[in-house]
Design a binder for this molecule. Sequence first.
Ligand code: ATP
Length: 144
Amino acid sequence: KYREEDENYAVIGLGRFGGSICETLIDLGKEVLAIDINEERVNVYANIATHAVIGNSMDENVLNNLGIRNFDHVVVAIGEDVEASILITLLLKEMGVKHVTVKAQNESHGKVLSKIGADRIVFPERDMGRRIAHYIASRNVIDY
Ligand code: ATP
């Protein structure tokens, strides 16, 4: 049976979104490998994540050397560089990573991600807007 406590995670891209995912997973007691191409970002997460490494995840050798195929969940949290996001997602699925969650920048990015096998695609601003709208609408129902 799938045991939750055995799950380990990797987060690629430590911007606001990826960083928040990383911190929250750690708070939940999970093991998290944090990866970013930017040394400063990696330094910030060195004391937070289980491991933090500097590396270009578009490089297949980098992913192989990290043993990324052994991770249960990988989060691709790169917004601006859509090409990097797409290539990394493709590599992860080719390598057989079971659960790949990817941040999409816009609808067309999301469309490509679903075609290449991303398991979960998130649109942080849109999704959070929906949640907040539901929340304030339901608060209204309670308040009045
Ligand atoms: P935010 O989540 O803060 O709104 P964002 O998703 O737009 O921002 P970006 O600035 O696009 O975030 O980048 C996210 C992180 O991904 C950055 O820290 C960047 O250094 C990192 N990154 C970009 N390309 C790669 C890559 N090829 N390999 C590893 N990390 C990368």
